[in-house]
Design a protein around this ligand. Structure first.
Ligand SMILES: *[C@@H]1O[C@H](CO)[C@@H](O)[C@H](O)[C@H]1NC(C)=O
Ligand SMILES: *[C@@H]1O[C@H](CO)[C@@H](O)[C@H](O)[C@H]1NC(C)=O
Length: 225
């Protein structure tokens, strides 16, 4: 009798623990159907920035809904020799509800992917071509960085600052995969100097003069993105 009481108490405790642990382990929700190709016909529901589309009848889905050719070639390069084509469900509808997305990134010789992070996803970066100094910084400010080459992979844990630079003598191409359909991205220079944070705060935070802060604000204003 005592024993049964004891074990049912333990069971309740275990269930409470499981319920509490669950949010820690959560990410994109698990799909409840094979796939959901968004039906973009007029009549969809708009909520603020997001548009919620119903799923197309699955009998209307075709192989083209699940293939994508938009990463065959590099995108447009920035002044620091970087190009990225980010692919999520808005441009590749077959990804919708699958909890994944990806990016093709190209770096010219010496090109830099500036320090940034993805608040909602871990990234696996696979070097398809070239030689890349690649790394991330953990929450104790320890840097994990190394030069990796064609065929090698680096993982950037969710939410941690990471960066890449082409240190080879030819172009580099990287394919990055995310475990969220909407990983989000904050690029540090733009998030800090291009976001409209009060100059006085930035002067104090970084020990810069008003002129230096103005110069950086100009350099990283949103149109520079
Ligand atoms: C989906 O399409 C099939 C075949 O055309 C049809 O039988 C079915 O009723 C449709 N389902 C819905 C929910 O409209
Ligand atoms: C590159 O820039 C051109 C001109 O602005 C634009 O039409 C094109 O869509 C861009 N390509 C990509 C992959 O963003």
């Amino acid at each position: 009798m005592r024993r049964t009481k004891m074990s049912s108490k333990l069971l309740v405790l275990f269930i409470i623990l499981l319920l509490n642990l669950h949010p820690l382990a959560s990410s994109d929700p698990d799909p409840v159907q094979d796939f959901c190709i968004p039906d973009t016909k007029p009549g969809s529901i708009r909520t603020g920035r997001f548009t919620l589309f119903p799923c197309k009848n699955s009998s209307e889905a075709t192989p083209d809904d699940f293939t994508f050719a938009g990463v065959k070639y590099p995108g447009n390069f920035t002044a620091n020799g970087f190009s990225a084509i980010s692919v999520g469900p808005t441009i590749f509808p077959g990804l919708n509800t699958l909890g994944m997305s990806f990016v093709r990134a190209d770096l010219a010789v010496g090109g830099v992917n500036v320090p940034h992070f993805h608040p909602r996803a871990t990234e696996i970066a696979h070097v398809l071509e070239g030689t890349v100094y690649s790394g991330f910084v953990d929450s104790t400010n320890r840097v994990f960085a190394k030069v990796i080459g064609k065929g090698e992979v680096m993982v950037f844990p969710k939410g941690l600052l990471h960066f890449q630079m082409n240190v080879g003598d030819s172009k580099a191409t990287i394919f990055g995969s995310f475990n969220s359909q909407n990983p989000g991205m904050e690029k540090i220079p733009f998030a800090i100097f291009g976001s409209g944070i009060k100059g006085e705060l930035l002067e104090k935070a970084f020990g810069l003069s008003a002129e230096e802060v103005l110069m950086l604000k100009k350099k990283f204003s949103p149109k520079g993105l």
